[in-house]
Design a protein around this ligand. Structure first.
Ligand SMILES: O=C(O)CNC(=O)[C@H](CS)NC(=O)CCC(=O)C(=O)O
Length: 281
């Protein structure tokens, strides 16, 4: 399987953003010939999470859902749709949702971000994602033509218990679409991603937002540095500054070798059961 990550600079003009997604996916497919393409978090609209209730789309057939379904069908490629704001059952609130489409444009998985970014960064910028976004309650893996893909989004990457559970559910490739801030990203992004890859002995693919965007609270800047990391923790593909894509062959031979060399799953002595505090999980 060949996996690609696409780096975008999504802003607060949804029509322009959807056009940019279409152009970027077409260019990536022509250049990288991937089987599976990942977009960043909030690929459809980035303008501060206070805007979530105004841009949130219905469960299916919204503008982003429809575009990604059409593109995957037309280009015969899997699309792991980063995330878009999806209407929650709670009026005026949203989920931060990944939808995955297969080569026929059919929805094959849906993951709603579990850990919400309620953080003030060193420059005083306040993020309060949970003010408008409801957390997901399900840990999601799906089969992509024989590869088990685990879902996560952005801030989730700081919570290794989620990744341990994804590995336990059989994940071999873990997706981390993101809109990491420049300030946190410059010191933490790559270290966190490589740590998750080393700990789980999974492939990790992380498509990020890059560049500036406006919010009601002022301009913000995303870090970029979309990358693909092998199960040994080596960065094998990377998009640095600006827009573009990168790809890598997701070789299961490396995964098997690393897991037999250092059998962390078998040597694990402390097991923390995943719990989201809701019945049935
Ligand atoms: O605020 C917006 O406009 C849109 N939302 C986002 O960009 C999301 C949620 S607020 N950002 C993150 O999760 C960044 C995490 C991060 O940067 C870290 O963990 O350091």
């Amino acid at each position: 399987m060949r996996a690609a990550v696409i780096q975008l600079n999504t802003r607060n003009d949804k029509v322009a953003n959807l056009a940019a997604i279409e152009a970027a996916v077409r260019e990536c497919v022509a250049k990288e010939r991937p089987d599976w393409v990942q977009l960043p978090e909030h690929c459809e609209w980035l303008g501060g999470s206070v805007g979530a209730p105004f841009v949130a789309e219905p469960y299916r057939d919204g503008d982003t859902w429809t575009l990604l379904s059409r593109l995957s069908r037309e280009l015969k490629v899997w699309i792991h749709g980063g995330s878009f704001y999806e209407q929650s059952e709670n009026p005026g609130r949203a989920y931060n949702t990944t939808v995955v489409f297969d080569r026929d444009g059919a929805e094959r998985a849906r993951y709603r971000k579990i850990h919400l970014f309620d953080v003030t960064t060193a420059d005083g910028a306040k993020f309060h994602e949970s003010a408008t976004v409801d957390p997901g309650k399900a840990i999601v893996t799906y089969d992509c033509e024989g590869v088990s893909v685990g879902c996560s989004i952005c801030y989730d990457v700081r919570f290794p218990e989620l990744y341990q559970q994804l590995a336990k559910q059989g994940a071999q490739l873990i997706a981390v679409p993101a809109a990491f801030t420049l300030l946190t990203g410059k010191d933490h992004w790559e270290v966190l991603l490589r740590s998750r890859a080393i700990e789980t002995e999974c492939w990790v693919a992380a498509a990020g937002q890059w560049g500036t965007y406006q919010t009601p609270a002022g301009e913000r800047q995303s870090f970029g540095q979309s990358m693909i990391i092998d199960p040994w923790g080596t960065v094998v593909a990377r998009v640095s500054e600006g827009l573009g894509s990168a790809s890598a062959g997701i070789d299961m031979g490396i995964l098997d070798r690393v897991r037999s060399q250092i059998p962390v799953a078998a040597n694990k002595a402390i097991r923390i059961e995943a719990s989201l505090g809701v019945a049935g999980l």
